[in-house]
Design a protein around this ligand. Structure first.
Ligand code: CMP
Length: 136
């Protein structure tokens, strides 16, 4: 059964010109792109996207970073797409958790600048896709 997940190539990934690398890994895995858009988001969308982190010590830095420049937002589809993209991304901390061979493990150094986001559950995916791509 196919499912959908929301993927972001965050501003650090766009700035470092890793968009093609990330999309290539998604496609080579066998997942499909349903939608993709380069955009710079405002504080409101950022706060809604990261609502579960509101109040955490890194929340303000997270908002500042995610609104700092263009990011690529995409909807990705395929069998077990949510888990499959999280496997491609690697763990949140690019050094302690992500292993080599993953996007964060290969290209990341700091948790705040961990290049990509992928929905972490079916509920998050549904909420995030509605937030970012309401027409889908
Ligand atoms: P993401 O998967 O987009 O979900 C929440 C984000 O918060 C996470 O990636 C990191 O970019 C950021 N984050 C999580 N924990 C920390 C932390 N301890 N310090 C800074 N940023 C964090």
């Amino acid at each position: 059964m196919s499912e959908r997940t929301l993927v972001l190539v965050k501003p650090d990934g766009v700035q470092r010109k890793l968009v093609g690398e990330v999309l290539s890994r998604i496609e080579r895995k066998g997942l499909s792109l349903v939608a993709a858009e380069l955009r710079t988001i405002d504080d409101e969308l950022a706060a809604q996207h990261y609502a579960e982190h509101d109040g955490k010590p890194f929340f303000n830095d997270l908002l500042e970073f995610i609104t700092s420049g263009p990011l690529l937002a995409a909807v990705v589809e395929g069998p077990r797409a949510i888990a499959a993209f999280r496997q491609l991304a690697g763990g949140t901390d690019p050094v302690e958790k992500a292993t080599p061979g993953t996007i964060r493990g290969d290209f990341g150094l700091e948790t705040q600048f961990n290049l990509v986001h992928g929905s972490d559950s079916a509920e998050s995916a549904a909420r995030e896709i509605k937030l970012w791509f309401p027409a889908l």
